[in-house]
Design a protein around this ligand. Structure first.
Ligand code: CTP
Length: 235
């Protein structure tokens, strides 16, 4: 007689083989980045990382193999198709994203990457001395733009958080960074953006289609995003 565990793994494989993204690889960035000032201080932001983890789960549930490059967060996931690659700074996220990009089919960059970092990092804790204190900042490398510049077969998705001229600015980023799709969050929409468990997004495609969604849980937004990618890339 066939062993029960062999029957279970046969059924499991059969179910997995029928999932629409079986055999596809997805790269996701999520969470904030921390840019060191000295050994105890950094410049960061309020990103919870939840959106990136929800996208990772949605992609894995469709059968994709996922690499999630995540800045510092309290999120966690246990799924045999998801590999979490923790990083701290924008520069570490850049290196990790480039390491994986060539071998993936889809890349979704949802991380809230710091745009600037301290030009010089002190190796000792900075003492308070004067009444005012300045830190000179320099730009971090734009990970999304750098991937857009070397993109071949990959479907590339970016996020945009805007406060004004939202659609116009997001379209500009889609074009400038050579994206297939951009996910627009407007800070004017209640329940959208950082921290919370909901998001209100508009998808803008490389054929200038604008698809507005209602306020939804980040779990549902992640599912909508994966459906949108499959419609554009694999329908
Ligand atoms: N991004 C990135 N690397 C950076 C900065 C941003 O990969 N150093 C990605 C984000 O993950 C997001 C997208 O770029 O997918 C949009 O980021 P955003 O900061 O809104 O846009 P910018 O192009 O930096 O423009 P601005 O801040 O001036 O609006």
């Amino acid at each position: 007689m066939v062993e029960p565990e062999d029957i279970v793994s046969f059924i499991e494989k059969d179910i997995l083989d029928q999932l629409p993204l079986r055999g596809k690889k997805v790269l996701i960035t999520g969470g904030p980045t921390y840019e060191a000032i000295d050994p105890v201080r950094f410049i960061g932001n309020h990103s919870s990382g939840k959106m990136g983890f929800e996208i990772a789960k949605a992609a894995a549930n469709l059968g994709a193999e996922v690499v999630l490059i995540s800045g510092p967060t309290h999120q966690s996931v246990s799924h045999n198709l998801i590999e979490v690659n923790p990083v701290t700074s924008a520069s570490e996220m850049y290196d990790a994203a480039h390491l994986h990009f060539k071998s993936v089919d889809i890349a979704i960059l949802s991380a809230a990457v710091a745009d600037y970092k301290p030009k010089n990092v002190s190796d000792k804790k900075i003492k308070k001395a004067n009444a005012t204190f300045s830190i000179e900042l320099e730009k971090t490398k734009d990970i999304l733009k750098s991937l857009g510049a070397i993109k071949q077969h990959q479907f590339l998705v970016g996020f945009a958080l805007e406060t004004n001229d939202e659609i116009k600015n997001a379209k500009g980023k889609l074009e400038a960074k050579n994206l297939n799709l951009i996910v627009l969050n407007s800070l004017n929409d209640k329940g959208a953006g950082f921290g919370g468990s909901t998001n209100k997004v508009t998808f803008i495609t490389d054929t200038e289609e604008v698809i507005e969604h209602q306020l939804k849980s980040k779990t549902e937004v992640a599912k909508d995003l994966m459906q949108q990618i499959m419609t554009q890339q694999y329908a």
